[in-house]
Design a binder for this molecule. Structure first.
Ligand SMILES: NC(=O)c1ccc[n+]([C@@H]2O[C@H](COP(=O)([O-])OP(=O)(O)OC[C@H]3O[C@@H](n4cnc5c(N)ncnc54)[C@H](OP(=O)(O)O)[C@@H]3O)[C@@H](O)[C@H]2O)c1
Length: 290
């Protein structure tokens, strides 16, 4: 059987570019995303360009935590043993938006969904992957207020939820690296720097900011990567051909290790973040699922 990768948030942006990059390396690819038209288009590309792989698309809104156990059953029914799981699903909102389950939508997408999917696929799954990769914003300074803001207050804006979710990925990744070592599962939390995707253009920033966005994009061009350029860095990590990513958890936009701050390495805070996330997830699911 061919090696396979599961790309959560693979219908667009970085996830889509990595999905195509991994298929070019001979992997079978399963893509998850909300949009059926975008998902069908990626699936078409995968099947046309790389017909030797066994490629799939499953439509799902991962911010709805209740939909994740059935999604995992659907993933498992495809019969693939995923060598790599890549989390790239995220949305960027400003004013507070909530999921139908009452969670702030950004942190539900970029953190809680990842924790729950990993619990079901890696910790409770029969054939855990060799590597789990989160595309987030690794190394963003947590600041002293982080712990007061996690779990985020019920009135927090989605912009705050987004940032706190990104930082929580770092604590969680460093915690999992220790927990998953005995199961030979590596974990990397990535900071892509600036990649030219639609995440900001699809966001809900004020009109004045959106008018300025093309100008900001132009000024940032010298430090901006295309999704395909950045996907080469992620693909090297996924294939195990970036030795830095075998020893470091946090990885920067050029594929180099980021030294975690002392605060990020604090085991009590790591445990606190993971414990609080599990409580929030179980409360949302009305049971002890993880
Ligand atoms: N681009 C950058 O400059 C940059 C910088 C720093 C960090 N990052 C991080 O990199 C990651 C990828 O971002 P990107 O720039 O590639 O974003 P993007 O182009 O907007 O892609 C996001 C992907 O996530 C999927 N998605 C969003 N919400 C979902 C949901 N509820 N359920 C399932 N899938 C969902 C989207 O597909 P559907 O619309 O089909 O659901 C899409 O495939 C994010 O974690 C982001 O924070 C990006």
């Amino acid at each position: 059987m061919k090696k396979s990768i599961l790309v959560v948030g693979g219908t667009d942006g970085i996830g889509k570019a990595v999905a195509l990059g991994m298929a070019a390396e001979g992997y079978s690819v399963t893509v998850i995303g909300r949009s059926r038209p975008k998902g069908e288009q990626v699936l078409n590309l995968l099947r046309t360009l790389y017909p030797e792989g066994s490629h799939h698309f499953l439509a799902a809104d991962v911010s709805r935590l209740g939909s994740l156990p059935p999604l995992v059953a659907g993933i498992q029914s495809l019969g693939q043993a995923y060598e790599v799981i890549l989390h790239s699903a995220d949305v960027l909102k400003t004013a507070r938006e909530e999921t139908a389950e009452g969670l702030e939508v950004c942190i539900a997408t970029n953190f809680y969904a990842r924790v729950l999917l990993n619990a079901l696929l890696v910790e409770q799954g029969e054939s855990p992957p060799k590597r789990v990769i989160h595309v987030a914003a690794a190394g963003f300074p947590p600041g002293k207020a982080f712990r007061r803001n996690f779990p985020i207050p019920k009135t927090a804006s989605s912009f705050r939820g987004h940032g706190i979710g990104q930082i929580a990925n770092d604590f969680y990744g460093l915690y999992c690296a220790g927990q998953w070592r005995s199961r030979n599962v590596k974990v990397n939390i990535l900071n892509p720097g600036i990649v030219d995707t639609d995440i900001r253009r699809n966001s809900s920033f004020p009109k004045w900011f959106m008018r300025l966005e093309p100008v900001i994009g132009f000024l940032m061009r010298p430090i901006t990567q295309t999704p395909e350029q950045y996907a080469r860095i992620v693909t090297a990590i996924a294939l195990g051909s970036n030795p830095a990513a075998d020893s470091a958890v946090l990885i920067n936009a050029r594929g180099k290790p980021i030294t975690p701050s002392r605060y990020l390495l604090d085991e009590q805070t790591q445990q606190y973040v993971v414990g609080a996330a599990r409580e929030e997830i179980n409360a949302t699911l009305h049971g002890e699922v993880i």
